[in-house]
Design a protein around this ligand. Structure first.
Ligand code: NAD
Length: 274
């Protein structure tokens, strides 16, 4: 039995999940929630090494539709969306949960560490890839479809070591609004979920990760870290008809961390002394 609430909200809907690397991936939590509500899923994976992890996960939600896709490779992007069109004709939704910056870019001073190549690659993989996927995806998407991307508070506020990824997330959020405006007349909704820190492969690449998790837990309104199931639930809302009329939003799912002006003293002190 899935630990995700079951139902029929996604019955008859088909879509692409981009960004599952393993069972800890946020995209995997979203995929499980959508499948539990009746969605039919296709998955991209990045290279043979990850296929070994993604294929059994996909099979566990009844999908044999896997596509090798590095988002920096135009031919692979082209082939991915062509394969979707060939097999399904149309899609109803798209999940983009992809980001990358070199480890050397995610530690220390932003102004000193950020190189031209590091900047270009972070923005290309983490922001432009959504624009590209949205263009290709919308060409085969039913009117009334929906898209979701994943972002983080480092776009709005300075988070130590998040550095160029914060700049990429700011570009991703702005892109979300522009794409939402372009696709709005077709009834296609485009939103971003700003998730609090979750232990995944991508999060492991950020310097001082341990401090980030302890601080977020102590300083959030709910005094807890973000549960991927909450992110998956928000994605279900935004991708299903529950989300009607909601577009161009950046929706925070972070236990209320983003809205706290000053954290409570006792939990913060305890976390810093841990
Ligand atoms: P993850 O490592 O499980 O997923 C990142 C995915 O990006 C992987 O599947 C990886 O293969 C893919 N990717 C990277 N470069 C790629 C490329 N060139 N081509 C194709 N795919 C590529 O980590 P995650 O935390 O689940 O990340 C998913 C999204 O959620 C990212 O956008 C991340 O920034 C965002 N996010 C994560 C957190 C967190 O704390 N984990 C918080 C907020 C937002």
């Amino acid at each position: 039995m899935s630990e995700f609430p079951a139902g029929t909200l996604m019955d008859g809907k088909r879509g692409l999940i981009m960004g599952v690397a393993n069972k800890n991936s946020i995209a995997w939590a979203i995929a499980q929630q959508l499948a539990a509500q009746g969605a039919e899923l296709a998955f991209t994976f990045q290279g043979d090494k990850l296929e070994r992890r993604v294929r059994p996960l996909a099979e566990s939600v009844g999908s044999d539709f896997l596509l090798d896709c590095d988002v920096t490779d135009d031919d692979q992007m082209e082939a991915t969306f062509k394969a979707l069109e060939d097999r399904w004709g149309r899609i109803d939704f798209l999940v983009h949960a992809i980001a990358f910056a070199g480890k050397d870019q995610l530690d220390g001073s932003f102004v000193d560490q950020t190189t031209r190549d590091g900047f270009k690659s972070a923005l290309d993989i983490s922001a432009y890839s959504f624009v590209d996927a949205a263009r290709r995806g919308s060409a085969i998407m039913n009117d009334g479809g929906a898209m979701v991307t994943l972002t983080y508070l480092g776009s709005e506020r300075v988070v130590p070591n998040y550095n160029v990824m914060g700049v990429a997330k700011a570009a991703l959020e702005a892109s979300t609004r522009y794409i939402a405006a372009d696709l709005g007349p077709r009834g296609i909704r485009v939103n971003a979920i700003s998730a609090g820190p979750i232990k995944t492969l991508a999060a492991a690449g950020i310097g001082s990760g341990r401090h980030m998790f302890r601080f977020n837990k102590a300083a959030s309104a709910m005094q807890d870290n973000t549960d991927p199931k909450g992110v998956a639930g928000a994605a279900l809302y935004l991708l299903s008809d529950l989300g009607l009329s909601c577009t161009g939003e950046v929706h925070h799912v972070d236990g209320g961390f983003h809205m706290i002006g000053m954290p409570q003293e006792a939990p913060l002190r305890a976390s810093l002394e841990e």
